[in-house]
Ligand binder design. Structure first.
Ligand SMILES: [Zn+2]
Length: 436
């Protein structure tokens, strides 16, 4: 159906939020049974089916399917209801049943997220979606991050820290539109510019299975994020690990066998040294919090999402956790191997988070199955800062100048998420297979 489903009321008085119109709609493909008894809303994902949508999102989608009336327009204006007489009666009657179905366009699979009667859709909207919607409507805080890139109010915004010269890169070539960049972007670019362009800019990623090591890392990460995000903040020391170390679930991942056992052993290693163990009740803790700063000369928003930020006696500590099979070798440059640490040093040194920089730290916890390594970097030491700057500038300089993002086939093709869309990469792999 080309009409949208829209729930809304006639405009009222301008309220305390400065709004006179509230409308809810849901983006997706809409289908109605000819007799109007059932409506299906298909939500489309780029890659694989996304079955872990938040319950608020699912309930809001079901509510729009259950209550929405056909309407047009809506772009920077109110929607216009489609006159009831101009449509087949089934399209304007309230359905008895709604289904929300997820479709992964990249792999062509679908999953039914919910199949509710009308009353359930209303109840679940009130219990699951409404509180989240109210929070979203009332929250007027500025949250600097990747959305700053196309924000028209950036020049007058005091919430985004300015850090001119952070990268010490001189802009070259014609002026470009404002961009954002993270260490993940830069590492992807280092692997291959075409991979960066496909996966980070165009968001094209294939659903090919990840390596066991990456899955295990993601599971450990999710487990710790959930733990560290609980209130009041408490360390992991006294909390049990997975009940069955050889089979456990977290964040939509299911680990079994050796992969699960290794992950559980890493969680046990972490519990002894969790940075939140014994942390004072007045300290602040932020889990997976996006930190951003702006370089006006490069018109560039730098983005980082440390695993954990917490204060220790009022000074910020930037904490990163990695899982690894291999240990650091003696004298290995830490920031070159883990450039996230270099970005943390630069942002802390630039005062992006505030607090006393002399007592701020970047910490790395490197978890192995049978051991762990702890490292610490001091962003108030000039030598540490200049090394961090070199690491990030070496990654960022070629990225900043590139306009074409050519493919550079090589070792990273085998695990590349973009190879479905990359002829050079596929040719490279085919040639490598023939040779072997
Ligand atoms: Zn912990």
């Amino acid at each position: 159906m080309t009409d949208k489903w829209v729930v809304g009321k006639d405009p009222g008085q301008i309220d305390s939020r400065g709004a006179d119109t509230y409308e809810a709609t849901a983006w997706g493909r809409r289908y109605v049974a000819r007799d109007g008894s059932t409506r299906d809303l298909w939500l489309l994902s780029f890659g694989a089916t996304k079955e872990d949508r938040p319950k608020a999102e699912k309930a809001a989608a079901a509510f729009v399917a259950a209550r929405g009336m056909p309407a047009k327009g809506g772009w920077k204006a109110r929607h216009t209801p489609v006159p009831a007489g101009s449509l087949h009666p089934g399209r304007t009657s309230a359905p008895e049943r709604v289904r929300v179905i997820e479709f992964g366009c990249g792999v062509g699979t679908s999953a039914t997220l919910l199949d509710w009667d009308r009353a359930t859709a209303h109840q679940r909207f009130a219990s699951d979606a409404w509180p989240a919607l109210i929070r979203a409507i009332d929250d007027t805080r500025a949250l600097p991050g990747s959305s700053c890139v196309d924000c028209k109010a950036l020049s007058g915004c005091g919430a985004l820290a300015r850090s001119p010269g952070l990268l010490q890169i001189t802009p070259t070539g014609p002026k470009r539109a404002r961009r954002s960049v993270s260490v993940t972007d830069l590492r992807s670019y280092r692997d291959c510019p075409a991979k960066y362009h496909a996966t980070r800019q165009l968001k094209l990623r294939s659903a090919q299975p990840e390596s066991s090591e990456i899955r295990r890392g993601r599971a450990v990460d999710s487990w710790l994020n959930e733990r560290h995000g609980t209130h009041p903040h408490d360390g992991c020391r006294d909390l049990p690990g997975p009940a069955d170390p050889s089979s456990w679930n977290v964040g939509g991942l299911h680990l079994v066998g050796k992969e699960a056992e290794d992950g559980a052993a890493m969680l046990e290693q972490h519990a002894y040294v969790c940075p939140l163990n014994g942390l004072g009740p007045g300290e602040l803790v932020r889990v997976q919090h996006q930190v951003a700063c702006f370089d006006p000369e490069l018109d560039l928003v730098l983005i980082a999402t440390p695993d954990l930020l917490y204060t220790r006696s009022g000074s910020w500590v930037w904490w990163e956790m990695k899982t690894a099979n291999s240990r650091l070798y003696e004298g290995e440059p830490l920031m070159a191997r883990y450039p996230q640490l270099a970005m943390g040093v630069l942002m802390l040194a630039a005062g992006v988070l505030g607090g006393n920089i002399a007592r701020s730290r970047v910490e790395l916890e490197l978890l192995h199955c049978d051991d762990l390594t702890l490292e610490e970097l001091d962003p108030s030491r000039p030598r540490v800062v200049s090394e961090a700057r070199e690491v990030i500038a070496a990654l960022a300089r070629p990225w900043a100048e590139d306009q074409l993002y050519p493919a550079t086939p090589g070792r990273s093709c085998r695990s590349c998420e973009a190879r479905n869309w990359c002829r050079s990469g596929r040719d490279h792999l085919a040639a490598a297979t023939e040779e072997s």
